[in-house]
Unconditional design. Sequence first.
Length: 195
Amino acid sequence: MKLLEDRIREDGLVLPGNVLKVNQFLNHQIDSELMYALAEEFVKLYKDEEITKILTIEASGIAPAIMTGLLLRVPVLFARKQKSSTMNESLYTAEVYSYTKKVKNTVSVDEKFLKKEDRVLIIDDFLANGQAVQGLIEICHEAHADIVGVGIAIEKSFQEGAELIRNQGVRLESLARISSFADNKVHFVEDADNE
Ligand code: G4P
C-alpha cells in the first residue's frame, strides 16, 4: 500500500537489530487518518468474508483493529498480556514469546467474547517472528472460531512470521512488506521484485 510505504520512508527510523521505529504514526503517536486508510484496505481485501469479529493484541494492534471494526460494524476484541482484576471468567490463553523483548507473556481472552460461530479477522501492527499472531490463532482454535485471515500493517518479510502463518493455510494480507533494512534504509518487497 503506497500510502503506508511512503509514510514509513518518510518517518520510519531503522534501529540496530533490524527494528523499525514508527513512533510518529503507529507505536506511540497514532495517525488516526492513516489508521482509517489501513482499515479501508483491510475491508476491501476481506469484503466477502462475513466477518463477525476483529481480534488483535494489546497495545499497538488496537489502533488499526478498531478502525477496521468500525468500518465493518463488528466488535473488536483484544487479547490481554496481563490478567486484569476484572477478568474473573474462564479464559482462552496462549503463550507468546517476544524475541524482541525476550519475555514470555500469557495472553488471554474471555471465553464469552469468542464463540464457535465467529468468523474472525486477526489484525496486528507488526509481523516479525509471528509469535503474537500465532497466539491469536491458537486462541481462535480453542474457541473453535473460524479464522477468515490475518491483516498486518507492516510485515518484516525477512523474518519467519509470514511463512509460519501461511504454512498453516491461513490467509495473510500485509499492507507494507519489508524485504530488508540494508544500508539503514527500508526496502520493500516490491523494490526487490523490480530490481
Ligand atoms: P511478533 O510480534 O511477530 O511475534 O514478533 P516479535 O516477537 O519479534 O515482536 C515482539 C514485539 O515487537 C511485538 O510488539 C511486535 O509488534 C514488535 N516488533 C517486532 N518487530 C518490530 C519492529 O521492527 N518495529 C517495531 N516498532 N516493533 C516491532 P509488542 O511487544 O506486542 O508491543 P506493543 O504492541 O505492546 O507495542
